[in-house]
Design a protein. Structure first.
Length: 279
């Protein structure tokens, strides 16, 4: 397992890799669109499997919903794509370690965010064409989930967003420390289960939820969508960048230049990142 200082450096190298990818905008856009789609797959999987339990008022509804939605982040990490919520931790760490500038980190994050949105909207349109959510418990569950998100106050959306990305980013943080692929999958599973079952808010997951409502003429407006994106997005940013990223960077301490020049776990991880897919 990597030490905390080495883990900060690994994420800083990942931030530099994202910045390099942004030099070819089409590749960054497609990679982030894929992440938006994979998170949307998690939404549909959750509605389809937990929908009947929700309709029946079954107490295991949230447990099942969280368990199956974990597939979404697992696919994002292992298949390789650019997700805004994990980038909210990784890019600030890169700026803090000076592998990229703060301006560059902001630009790349915004590009990933809106490309996630584009992927989510395309995926939502395709799901409408399939008709899988048109009837039955899955569609009803999706509609009720959307109504609940609209009813939340801005403060509730913000703090639910904070807690969501604390859990998402601690999964990404911890996974980087582990060498075992099985271990990475396990920590992702538990973190995602925790945020879904607790009712926290993930800005990219909400993109698909709102897109389906907007496309089907549901009781939702673009103003509702903008409010959700703003407050959940800001909450996710605080949870990922501050609570996990900056907090662990503080705990890890200053960069150890002597260790970095001597070679070791960081250099090995950097070599891996050069060939690894984005996340």
């Amino acid at each position: 397992m990597l030490s905390l200082p080495d883990t900060v450096d690994v994420h800083a190298k990942a931030a530099a890799a994202k910045a390099r990818l942004s030099r070819t905008p089409a590749r960054l856009i497609v990679s982030a669109m894929l992440a938006g789609m994979w998170i949307g797959v998690g939404d549909v999987l959750m509605w389809s499997t937990a929908g009947p339990l929700h309709a029946a008022g079954h107490p295991l509804e949230k447990l099942i919903a969280g368990s199956v939605f974990a597939a979404a982040l697992t696919i994002v990490v292992f298949a390789g794509s650019e997700l805004a919520t994990s980038a909210m931790m990784i890019l600030p760490l890169g700026a803090l370690r000076r592998s990229i500038s703060w301006l560059r980190a902001t630009g790349v994050l915004l590009a990933i965010f809106f490309s996630n949105m584009l992927g989510a909207f395309v995926f939502a349109w395709v799901m409408i064409q399939t008709g899988v959510l048109a009837h039955g418990p899955a569609g009803e569950y999706a509609a009720e989930a959307l109504a609940g998100k609209i009813d939340h106050t801005p403060a509730e959306l913000f703090w639910r967003g904070v807690m969501c990305n604390v859990l998402v980013c601690v999964a990404i943080w911890a996974a980087a420390r582990l060498k075992s692929e099985a271990g990475k999958a396990i920590i992702i599973f538990w973190a995602v289960l925790a945020f879904i079952a607790s009712g926290f808010e993930h800005v990219v997951a909400n993109m698909t939820t709102f897109a389906i409502g907007l496309f089907t003429g549901g009781d939702v407006t673009w103003a509702d969508f903008g409010t959700n994106m703003t407050f959940v997005g800001l909450g996710n940013l605080v949870g990922g960048a501050v609570v996990i990223g900056l907090a662990y960077a503080f705990v890890a301490g200053k960069v150890r230049r002597d260790d970095a020049s001597a070679g070791g776990p960081v250099e090995a991880a950097e070599a891996i990142l050069e060939d690894a897919p984005a996340r």
